[in-house]
Design a protein around this ligand. Structure first.
Ligand SMILES: NC(=O)c1ccc[n+]([C@@H]2O[C@H](COP(=O)([O-])OP(=O)(O)OC[C@H]3O[C@@H](n4cnc5c(N)ncnc54)[C@H](OP(=O)(O)O)[C@@H]3O)[C@@H](O)[C@H]2O)c1
Length: 319
């Protein structure tokens, strides 16, 4: 089968031919129809997450995917051959990712989560949901923004950002989003009430104008630590500043006036189920900025395939 893999940490991921993996006890084999990239994939390939778990090589990359179950191992009761599944395919140890024609994953992935694809949802859309969508839901849950409250999303155009704007808007939260000038209307289309155009006005100044009483929370998906002091000053007392991009340093994390966190995605099975519910209800849809064939995956992982509109998710199709 074709797969995008590395032989060791630090390798440049490349398209390669590998044997089709067979499921062991507690595992399922999924014929992947579509996968989606995340910054996590490059982090795993680099070895920067080596301490997080056990890895086997050649390591096929790819966490997010969707496809059809083609075999199940002993002891698997929650899925059957023919089921359509999607999710974050993060087994422990990790060897078989979703950037491949066939993947083997634990039926209950040690670090990820799997679920049935909502009826009628195409596999390329299902593949675009898991990591970024769950992270957006989890981050918003952690921030506890009240209905009618105000949330600033820094980096509203990426995977996490496009989901966060939609999830917050669906929950009755007023959203202020940062975006470049060319795509402000698309970000409004996701549900943002106000846009701060990147480079047009300092962010802290824009926030004083748009939220004179302070914002209830800030979700940072970019990780630019230089903007954090100004942004923190715009959060009301007991409000929250949360970064998915580890944008908060020790000093900022020690702030007593507001709540702060460098957030790491948790409670994945529940968050995947919630994501499926929101998609089924029509409250959230994946924004797919780039659609590529599997062969083009290495270029996508290297940062190629830039879109002209919303960045959203990059999807790899197997055929
Ligand atoms: N901790 C966790 O559990 C967890 C889970 C998921 C993701 N993450 C992290 O969260 C971050 C976002 O993930 P993602 O999947 O949303 O990534 P992404 O799709 O690549 O989006 C990145 C966002 O950052 C913006 N951006 C990049 N460089 C910028 C700059 N110099 N100035 C302003 N904006 C900039 C992008 O805007 P443009 O589109 O205009 O370039 C885009 O909106 C990453 O650091 C990722 O590793 C963490």
């Amino acid at each position: 089968m074709r797969a995008i893999a590395i032989e060791r940490f630090g390798d440049t991921p490349k398209l390669t031919e590998l044997p089709v993996p067979e499921p062991g006890s507690g595992q399922i084999q999924v014929t992947i129809e579509a996968a989606a990239t995340n910054p996590l994939d490059a982090a795993i390939a680099s070895g920067s997450l080596a301490a997080l778990g056990e890895y086997r090589f050649p390591l096929t990359l790819g966490m997010d995917g969707a496809g059809v179950i083609t075999a199940v191992g002993d002891g698997v009761t929650q899925f059957r051959v023919g089921d359509r599944v999607f999710g974050q395919f993060w087994s422990q140890p990790l060897q078989f990712g979703t950037f491949a024609e066939v993947c083997v994953v634990q039926a209950a992935p040690a670090f990820g989560a799997l679920a049935a694809i909502p009826d009628g949802l195409p596999s390329h859309e299902a593949a675009a949901l898991p990591t970024a969508g769950m992270t957006a839901i989890g981050a918003i849950d952690h921030m506890e923004v009240p209905k009618g409250g105000t949330l600033l999303v820094i980096g509203a155009t990426g995977g996490v950002g496009t989901f966060a704007v939609q999830v917050a808007a669906a929950g009755g939260i007023r959203v202020i989003a940062t975006a470049s000038a060319q795509i402000t209307e698309q970000v409004r289309g996701l549900g943002a009430d106000e846009i701060v155009v990147r480079g047009a006005e300092p962010l802290d100044q824009a926030l004083r104008r748009l939220a004179p009483g302070g914002v209830d929370a800030v979700l940072d998906t970019v990780g630019d630590r230089s903007v954090m002091p100004g942004v923190a000053g715009a959060v009301r007392n007991s409000g929250m500043l949360l970064s998915t991009a580890f944008g908060l340093d020790e000093q900022r994390l020690a702030d007593q006036r507001i709540r702060t966190a460098n957030y790491r995605l948790d409670r994945k099975p529940e968050r995947l189920a919630e994501l499926a519910r929101l998609v089924t209800a029509g409250a959230v849809r994946p924004v797919i900025g780039t659609n590529l064939a599997l062969e083009e995956g290495p270029r996508a992982l290297a940062g190629g395939g830039k879109v002209t509109g919303l960045r959203g998710k990059t999807v790899l199709r197997m055929r």
